[in-house]
Design a protein around this ligand. Structure first.
Ligand code: GUN
Length: 295
């Protein structure tokens, strides 16, 4: 069996096409323009590219976008003061602070300082808690995108054995909770593996759906999966450069070998990556609707 390649690029485009008329209708019917503020405190080129792409996508959809690029030595107080201003700004419905933050800034304090109603990343403890009890307002963007990839590729989620490799707060833990909910597009049996797992292959071989977010290039190989598995590869690893200086990327899954056994698999790049930004746009529109009493 050679796997179907699940194109995040295509599915994300389809979701944005569905979102466009909704944004236009909000403007026409209610004079409501969703607003997103991005905050970057980093000189990391990858983070700068991500934030640039978020701003560009927002503008292309008719979302108001405000970008705050702060010097890397910005104090925590200054960042908190900016967040306070954005929390009060009526034009802004969603606030995104790009992670990671510099070491001198306490990330937890910063994430707590965002008004949960504007927390379109879904990282505030209020939103984490709401997801855990099955009443989420905002799903974190990457796991939300993973769920959409599964639904829109026609993967049976209800009743499936889902194995998540990785327990980060951004991907592993939230995707486990999303797929655990007693809801459509969820209702799976979820196992979470991590660095303390004794026998990884025992678990990964049982998976109908395998979601990998380890940050280790090609960590999952064909001998670790069963025939017919659906694989979502969240990893983005830079493993070298082309002669032209472009980064060579690979995922956490060895695509070449695993695709011979899998039913479907996401590529890297072009899988989960493009979904994350699009789900941020969905959350920003939802934030605007919630603020206006329309959701
Ligand atoms: N850094 C890596 N992924 C993310 C994300 O989903 N949101 C934010 N704010 N920063 C990130």
């Amino acid at each position: 069996m050679t796997a179907q390649i699940i194109s995040g690029t295509e599915i994300a485009k389809q979701i944005r096409e569905e979102l466009k008329p909704e944004i236009a209708a909000l403007k026409e019917k209610y004079d409501l323009v969703p607003g997103l503020a991005t905050v970057l405190v980093s000189e990391d080129p990858a983070s700068q590219v991500y934030v640039g792409a978020k701003e560009k996508t927002a503008l292309a959809l008719g979302i108001y976008s405000e970008r705050h690029d702060l010097p890397v030595d910005t104090s925590e107080e200054k960042l908190l003061a900016l967040l306070d201003k954005l929390n009060k700004a009526t034009k802004i419905h969603g606030i995104l602070v790009q992670l990671p933050l510099p070491k001198h800034i306490n990330m937890t304090r910063v994430l707590y300082a965002i008004d949960p109603r504007k927390d379109v990343d879904g990282f505030h403890p209020v939103n984490v808690g709401k997801l855990m009890i099955g009443e989420p307002d905002y799903l974190p963007c990457t796991p939300y995108g993973i769920q959409q990839l599964l639904i829109r590729s026609g993967t049976q989620i209800s009743g499936a054995e889902v194995v998540v490799v990785g327990r980060s707060n951004i991907v592993g833990k939230p995707i486990a909770h999303i797929l655990l909910q007693k809801k459509e597009g969820a209702n799976a049996t979820v196992t979470v593996c991590h660095t303390g797992t004794r026998d990884m292959t025992f678990h990964t071989k049982r998976a109908d759906i395998l979601i990998v977010a380890t940050g280790k290039p090609k960590a999952i190989t064909a001998d670790m999966v069963k025939e017919g598995v659906v694989v979502i590869d969240v990893g983005v690893n830079r493993i070298g450069k082309t002669a032209e200086g472009k980064a060579i990327l690979c995922g956490d899954v060895d695509l070449e070998s695993v695709k011979e056994k899998a039913k479907a698999i996401t590529p890297v790049p072009g899988g989960v990556g493009p979904m994350t930004i699009t789900m941020l746009m969905i959350n920003t529109v939802k934030a605007a609707k919630l603020a206006a009493g329309l959701a």
